[in-house]
Design a binder for this molecule. Structure first.
Ligand code: SAM
Length: 433
């Protein structure tokens, strides 16, 4: 335990203290079961983490919320445990991946759609090659330039034909499933079929020596794996009737009534650490989003560098102390982190509003180092939770498996200090009294 427990709750019903003492390392566990492997997502939970808290702190039929659900790991695990599940995010790719990962689909039906789609695709490819650029030029010059810069003409032609085949599927759930498979051909650690070298760990760099990878062949392989994973999930869920809701909403304005949630398990963006849109735009442009729209969405994300909210009101003393040191090192970053704390304070207030009394919130967060100074995000978020109606039961540190979490970094080399810091993260256990 690295946190001096300021608030020790002497409540015999307080399960959380015991639960936080458990082994949260989950070393060597399998993280790709069920639909968890459908699409890469930076800093996603190991599934065992939300499962552990949900299983220990709720009963079947109770309601689990992840207000910043990312790729929906918490929702999938809730459903597998027979809980009701609610998730929000503002990133369209996160919303789509989560929807697909939670919606059980019959693998036999998926196989038949996949076979139909891929059977005559090579002949069709021959016919459309010349028309390929016409299909995306309506997205505007910047988006067209983006596509032409990052994708080889032969890759563009194959992606276009795949996209056309997928969009012609009438059943929306099946169509969405294959759109996620399509996206997984582009977003991989190695930059998938794009010309980017690395979409996970650094700013993408265009490379010219990357061997051609056929999107159709990649799609064929990924579709097989995805259908197999969906099969496992589909059969496991037969035991329960899954009840879930996924919506686009910001975590500081949840479209939920007061006191309706039995547990929150979530992992907010780290302060100043991950730029999701930088990688996600590589596949979102293929789904009809323009670069302009995606830039706007990027600045809406919590933790973005764009200053967008009025920062009136008080933060906790803990946050102010951290910010005052940071200001002496980097005034611009101080504003970014100040905004992050304000936004997270508003999110924690919403979490306290929607949680039932006597119920728990589990927040998992990494730490950020700016100009060599550790921002102690976990301690700041703990103090913001306390200022907004939650009690801190405890904070524990857990190691993270960098490879599995696919953590992208901003502007730092692989050996940098921040990289070392992100070998672990913190789990904050809150109680709504
Ligand atoms: C660390 S990720 C969550 C990963 C998730 N636990 C998983 O297993 O995939 C944080 C998420 O917060 C989302 N986010 C950022 N700003 C948000 C906001 N204002 N409201 C809701 N979600 C937001 C990001 O889009 C991202 O998907």
């Amino acid at each position: 335990m690295s946190y001096a427990l300021q608030t020790v709750i002497e409540n015999p019903n307080n399960l959380m203290r015991g639960v936080l003492r458990g082994d949260l390392a989950f070393t060597g566990v399998k993280t790709d079961s069920y639909t968890h492997r459908l699409h890469p997502f930076a800093a996603k939970f190991p599934p065992q983490l939300p499962r552990y808290f949900i299983e220990a702190l709720t009963r079947e039929g109770e309601v689990v919320l992840d207000p910043m659900m990312g790729s929906g790991t918490c929702l999938v695990e809730s459903l597998l445990l027979g809980r009701k599940s609610i998730g929000f995010d503002i990133d369209p790719l996160a919303l789509l991946i989560s929807k697909v990962k939670t919606t059980p689909l019959d693998p036999i039906e998926l196989y038949s759609f996949s076979n139909e789609m891929l059977d005559n695709i090579q002949q069709d490819l021959f016919c459309v090659r010349d028309e390929a650029s016409v299909m995306y030029s309506r997205l505007g010059t910047r988006t067209e330039e983006f596509i032409n810069y990052w994708f080889d003409p032969d890759v563009i032609a194959e992606l276009q034909i795949l996209k056309g085949k997928i969009l012609s599927i009438e059943k929306k759930d099946i169509r969405d499933f294959f759109i996620v498979v399509f996206s997984s051909v582009i977003i991989t650690k190695s930059g998938g079929v794009s010309r980017a070298r690395d979409l996970a760990h650094s700013r993408p760099h265009r490379v010219y020596d990357k061997p051609f990878r056929s999107p159709i062949q990649e799609f064929r392989k990924k579709a097989q794996l995805a259908i197999k994973s969906m099969g496992g999930y589909y059969h496991a869920l037969k035991k329960y009737k899954p009840v879930y809701e996924i919506q686009s909403a910001s975590a500081d304005k949840l479209p939920l009534p007061d006191n309706c949630i039995d547990i929150i398990v979530t992992s907010p963006p780290y302060a100043n650490a991950i730029d999701y849109m930088r990688a996600h735009k590589f596949s979102l442009v293929w789904m009809g989003y323009t670069i302009e729209e995606l830039s706007r969405m990027r600045s809406d994300s919590i933790g973005s560098e764009k200053i967008k909210i009025s920062m009136n009101g008080n933060l906790s003393d803990k946050c102010e102390n951290i910010l005052s040191t940071l200001k002496s090192l980097d005034q611009k970053k101080e504003k970014v982190i100040r905004q992050y704390f304000f936004e997270m304070g508003n999110c924690l207030k919403e979490m306290a509003r929607v949680l039932k009394n006597g119920k728990y919130a589990v927040i998992v967060v990494g730490t950020s180092t700016i100009r060599g100074f550790n921002v102690l995000t976990h301690e700041c978020l703990a103090s913001l939770g306390e200022a907004n109606g939650l009690l801190v039961v405890g904070i524990v540190e857990r190691p993270i498996d960098r490879d599995k979490r696919m953590l992208p970094m901003r502007r730092q080399s692989a050996q940098s200090r921040i990289e070392q810091r992100m070998q672990h993260e913190y789990v904050i256990g809150f109680l709504k009294p």
